[in-house]
Design a protein around this ligand. Structure first.
Ligand code: SF4
Ligand code: SF4
Ligand code: SF4
Length: 186
């Protein structure tokens, strides 16, 4: 009998907390900025930081607030710049001098014979594309690797190498399929 009372009591408490959390999630819900969401959706999500912002979302927020131009994303190249111009109804801007090359799709591979299993590359990878454990060899999941190269500098034995990917429909990520946008306004 005492077990039944305990189960019923816990069930009632769990139900009350569930109702409380449900109410709080509605009452205190923070709405995202729809403009930021749309801009972010056009960015490659490489999270490489080459735009001088710590990821695609911060760059999207900077564009939305007028603090950054639309031409700073090398992985996206001109395609993304034009998509942003179209979305925001602004004139296209030539790619920044430092970002004026069209992207070449690459991934990295780890020389597993040289890897010492320090895990520093795993900690640097923004998209969890590296598998491994301490003192074990590490490997890169090619399909997940965005080619941002952020894992290369931390490697103490220089065993991470850049490899070009043959451009095929299923290996080329940019432009994203949904980036088939209309021509920019004249
Ligand atoms: S350069 Fe482009 S892909 Fe890289 S973090 Fe900035 S917005 Fe994202
Ligand atoms: S494995 Fe390296 S190059 Fe690939 S996404 Fe991760 S940090 Fe970037
Ligand atoms: S940083 Fe280099 S040595 Fe360390 S685990 Fe990664 S690939 Fe191996």
């Amino acid at each position: 009998m005492s077990i039944l009372i305990a189960v019923v009591t816990l069930s009632v408490i769990a139900a009350l907390f569930g109702l409380l959390l449900g109410y709080a999630s509605i009452k205190f819900r923070v709405e995202g900025d729809p403009v930021v969401e749309k801009i972010d959706a056009l960015l490659p999500q490489t999270q490489c930081g080459q735009c001088s912002f710590p990821g695609c979302r911060p760059y999207a927020e900077a564009i939305a607030s007028g603090e950054a131009p639309i031409n700073l994303c090398p992985p996206g190249g001109e395609t993304t710049m034009l998509a942003l111009a179209d979305l925001l109804g602004v004139e296209p801007v030539a790619l920044d001098d430092e970002h004026d090359t069209e992207p070449t799709k690459t991934v990295v591979v780890i020389d597993e014979q040289t890897c010492i299993g320090c895990t520093l590359c795993i900690q640097a990878c923004p998209v969890d594309a590296i598998l491994g454990a301490a003192k074990q060899m590490h490997t890169v999941i090619a399909d997940e690797c965005t080619g941002c190269n952020l894992c290369i500098p931390p490697c103490p034995v220089d065993c991470i190498h850049i490899t070009p990917v043959k451009v095929e429909p299923d290996t080329w990520r940019w432009p994203l399929p949904e980036q088939n946008f209309a021509a920019p306004r004249a």
